[in-house]
Design a protein around this ligand. Structure first.
Ligand SMILES: NC(=O)c1ccc[n+]([C@@H]2O[C@H](COP(=O)([O-])OP(=O)(O)OC[C@H]3O[C@@H](n4cnc5c(N)ncnc54)[C@H](OP(=O)(O)O)[C@@H]3O)[C@@H](O)[C@H]2O)c1
Length: 263
């Protein structure tokens, strides 16, 4: 493993060559972003962990490296800390993990760094907590959903897939927790959703399900508020499983070797 500290752009940990295209995580210092960086890094995906402040990204990277610990010896880790802008400059796949209250501001700031061909994976939930309301309620978004707001704000040629709303950061970030849950993907292009499934299904125990066009995000984003209520009542970190589906290989024939079915 090579650990490079104090570079002008970012701190970096590299232990093997890449086996996937790099992924930028905007809001990588947060609960969901850090958990994704942890699991994706272990799955061999090069991750550019972004923050508004490079130092916060470096701190998050150090926490993740500590969690990975000795697993570093037999996993090809490629993890870099960067500003959100530098991260987005270096990746065609961008995971957006920021609170709804900063959603539109984040797109305004990142817009000059977005370019045609990039794919945004938006996990944002418009929880009422963004306006001092309850986390078990959502607020209305004029466009229909946060994901549709994102699609309206990105430059021409950048597309959005909505994903990950039902995956709890707590369990995702706990390597002792064996995941076994579904991720609903909403997007207007099947190829985009297949690309996202190809990324997220590298995380053992996550199965992606095509949940329809981006406008369906207005329903899926609401599920988080329901799950938060369930979690409060049952002191749990609940996810979802869709029953009655064919196996993962049939769900995503675009990926000839999908991971074993999580059921
Ligand atoms: N947590 C979960 O279990 C979970 C599950 C599914 C979906 N989600 C959704 O995923 C998104 C992220 O959730 P989270 O729990 O990870 O949130 P979080 O920890 O509160 O925040 C994530 C990151 O967003 C950045 N951020 C905070 N305020 C910002 C602002 N005003 N402008 C720009 N960036 C700001 C911060 O990074 P820097 O300060 O370093 O820039 C922060 O570390 C939310 O929309 C949430 O609804 C969360």
């Amino acid at each position: 493993m090579h650990a490079r500290a104090g570079s002008s752009k970012f701190e970096r940990v590299t232990s093997a060559p890449a086996s996937h295209e790099p992924v930028a995580i905007v809001g990588g210092s947060g609960a969901l972003g850090s958990a994704l960086a942890l699991r994706l890094s272990l799955a061999g995906v090069p991750v550019l962990l972004g923050s508004r402040e490079e130092q916060r990204a470096v701190e998050a990277l150090k926490r993740i490296v500590t969690l990975i610990g000795p697993r570093m010896d037999d996993h090809p880790i490629q993890l870099s800390a960067a500003t959100n802008r530098n991260a987005v400059d270096q990746a065609e796949l961008v995971l957006l993990c920021v609170p709804f209250r900063s959603h539109s501001e984040t797109f305004t700031n990142l817009r000059p760094h977005l370019r045609p061909g990039q794919l945004i994976v938006d996990a944002t939930v418009p929880l009422a907590a963004a306006v001092s309301g309850k986390a078990t309620r959502t607020i209305g978004v004029w466009q229909g959903s946060a994901a549709q707001q994102a699609q309206e704000m990105v430059p021409e040629g950048v597309r959005v897939v909505s994903a990950l709303h039902t995956v709890a950061a707590k369990t995702l970030g706990d390597l002792n927790h064996a995941l076994a849950e579904d991720v609903l993907l909403c997007g207007d292009e099947r190829a985009d959703k297949a690309r996202v499934a190809g990324l997220l299904q590298r995380i053992p125990g996550l199965r992606c399900v095509d949940a329809g066009p981006l406008e369906q995000a207005r329903i899926v984003e609401q599920l988080t508020a329901v799950l938060i209520g369930i979690n409060i009542r049952h002191r749990a970190h609940a996810g979802i499983q869709i029953t009655g589906l064919p196996d993962a290989a049939a769900l995503w024939p675009e990926h000839p070797n999908p991971q074993e079915d999580v059921r």
